[in-house]
Design a binder for this molecule. Structure first.
Ligand SMILES: *[C@@H]1O[C@H](CO)[C@@H](O)[C@H](O)[C@H]1NC(C)=O
Ligand SMILES: *[C@@H]1O[C@H](CO)[C@@H](O)[C@H](O)[C@H]1NC(C)=O
Ligand SMILES: *[C@@H]1O[C@H](CO)[C@@H](O)[C@H](O)[C@H]1NC(C)=O
Ligand SMILES: *[C@@H]1O[C@H](CO)[C@@H](O)[C@H](O)[C@H]1NC(C)=O
Ligand SMILES: *[C@@H]1O[C@H](CO)[C@@H](O)[C@H](O)[C@H]1NC(C)=O
Ligand SMILES: *[C@@H]1O[C@H](CO)[C@@H](O)[C@H](O)[C@H]1NC(C)=O
Length: 475
């Protein structure tokens, strides 16, 4: 069966779903399409025993009003598309393709035995600042639009929803806009049938944060939010409290400084209550401000120390998450250093005391000035390769337009038909991040991986490279 399946997959050229979680990778659904569900909310549904991932369906034509897509999974690695949970309606005052339909979140009402979707509903100039509400008898939808309202008379921008596992009550989280009277983030209780907000229970005053999500541990509540820099990721912060009504702590930064939270913005946190441990996943968006519809996802396990009252994110290129036990394991890869790479044209090795081997590959440009990693060991089938890079030699903005990424080409064994595009989102100078591609290498130790520069809207300069790490093929 497996070989027949493998044969069919190869025949239909459907990109495989991944067993591992690979932050920043191109994730495919079981139909082979890239998963399109941004500003996500993930709901575990008791009835189906499955996870349901709701998100913004972004297209180049309608990056904000594409509606809400839904995918489902029983293990968080293989996702099946359920199509549109809330499709836009032409001419509708709140859910037309010209509207803003952002950050959808779904919860179940036991009282009325139905599912409620809430989101940030707006017009294209963000002048309405409302919360949309839609309802469905089944979790996958389609959801029926109910209304878009100003929550308790206030404004509402980025939307989050939190359900307390101790009493099952749900709360709306929202930033209240950028006006002088706004710049707060609210936690407001939602009524028990999830049809309307009841009352504000806490206001994070004037921190000017957005993209709120809350997670719960036995001892604490932790609220994560980002700063407000549009589609340019920044340092996500967290607050801690014993109770939802506070007092809440000062905000603190959750990821290594200047990584811009590994180039991501918070949208949700997912609790996995396994038989061996409880794991909380950070669910973030790696926005690409130049093509926001083609943004990726950053999911990372959250580390919490109740004694020290700290919460933090560490980076893993590739990890295996077992939703049954709640355990996760980083996968070990083999590293190939810049030190041993071959350079061509104007590409060269430059001293860099922050780099793995004190040297960085720079001057990568177009298809003449390239670098090549040699003697790379492969498994003969698709495997993840992480490219460690910095964008130090390039500014974020030239002539008024933000260019928050470099773009490189990656070629295996000198064969142009293997060419893939590698997007390298900006980092601060001297900060090394990684971004993955799934490559098919030949079995054995004789592979080469060459990297050149592609056009990023400004020039053909690829990011500087520190090393690549090759991960074992799955299974
Ligand atoms: C996840 O579940 C799907 C079927 O629902 C299965 O094909 C896949 O192998 C599973 N992946 C893991 C990592 O268990
Ligand atoms: C997935 O692919 C199947 C077979 O091609 C098709 O019938 C189905 O509509 C697709 N589902 C989605 C959600 O695109
Ligand atoms: C959005 O709504 C605001 C407030 O009603 C209004 O001032 C603005 O013109 C609207 N924008 C569009 C594109 O309709
Ligand atoms: C929203 O709340 C702020 C305080 O957080 C208040 O100053 C403002 O007037 C409220 N706006 C509306 C429309 O009620
Ligand atoms: C939901 O609860 C509110 C009171 O909290 C009630 O007024 C309303 O009728 C209920 N709606 C439904 C559909 O049960
Ligand atoms: C890359 O190669 C092609 C020819 O194969 C050439 O036309 C193109 O200008 C090159 N691009 C750069 C940026 O060097």
């Amino acid at each position: 069966m497996r070989s027949l399946h493998t044969f069919l997959v190869a025949l239909l050229a459907i990109p495989a779903t991944s067993k591992y979680i690979v932050p920043g990778g191109r994730w495919h659904d079981t139909n082979g399409s890239v998963i399109n569900a941004h500003g996500a909310g993930i709901t575990f549904d008791q009835k189906s025993g499955r996870f349901w991932w709701f998100g913004e369906y972004k297209t180049e034509d309608h990056p904000e009003g594409g509606g809400v897509s839904v995918y489902s999974s029983d293990n968080l690695s293989t996702w099946t598309s359920g199509g549109m949970a809330l499709a836009p309606i032409e001419g509708h005052p709140y859910i037309s393709p010209e509207n803003v339909i952002q950050r959808p979140k779904v919860a179940y009402s036991a009282e009325t035995d139905d599912y409620h979707m809430w989101w940030h509903a707006d017009n294209s100039t963000y002048g309405l600042l409302l919360q949309g509400h839609a309802v469905s008898d089944t979790i996958n939808g389609p959801y029926t639009f109910v209304d878009a309202v100003a929550p308790l008379g206030n404004w509402s921008q980025d939307f989050g929803m939190f359900t307390d596992y101790k009493d099952g009550r749900s709360y709306a989280l929202y930033s209240n806009g950028d006006s002088a009277n706004g710049r707060d983030v609210y936690i407001s209780s939602i009524n028990s049938n999830l049809t309307a907000l009841e009352k504000p229970i806490y206001r994070f005053p004037k921190f000017d944060l957005e993209a709120p999500t809350i997670l719960q541990t036995d001892k604490s509540y932790w609220a994560l939010m980002s700063h407000k820099t549009g589609y340019r990721p920044n340092n996500v912060v967290a607050f801690r409290a014993d109770s939802l009504i506070g007092p809440w702590s000062q905000p603190f930064i959750v990821a290594p400084l200047n990584t811009r939270t590994f180039n991501s913005q918070s949208t949700f946190t997912l609790q996995i209550s396994g038989t061996k441990k409880t794991t909380h996943l950070y669910i973030g968006d790696q926005w690409d401000s130049n093509s926001v519809w083609d943004s990726r996802y950053i999911w990372l396990p959250i580390q919490i120390d109740e004694e020290k009252k700290t919460l933090s994110l560490d980076w893993y290129d590739v990890y295996d998450l077992n939703v049954k036990t709640g355990e996760w394991t980083p996968i070990k890869g083999k590293s190939y250093s810049a030190k041993n790479a071959k350079t061509k044209g104007d590409a060269y090795k430059q001293e860099a005391n922050f780099a793995t081997d004190d040297v960085i590959l720079t001057g990568i440009y177009g298809n003449d000035s390239t670098v090549t990693f040699e003697n790379v060991e492969g498994d003969g089938k698709p495997q993840w390769v992480s490219f460690y890079y910095q964008t130090g030699g390039t500014p974020d903005r030239i002539g008024g337009s933000w260019q928050l990424r470099r773009v490189s080409s990656v070629i295996v064994n000198g064969d142009p038909s293997t060419t893939q595009t590698l997007y390298q989102r900006d980092t601060h100078k001297g900060i090394i991040l990684s971004t993955p591609l799934q490559l098919t290498l030949k079995k054995g130790k004789k592979n080469t991986i060459s990297v050149g520069g592609l056009y990023n809207g400004f020039d053909y300069k690829g990011a500087d490279l520190d090393r690549i790490v090759v991960y074992p093929a799955e299974e």
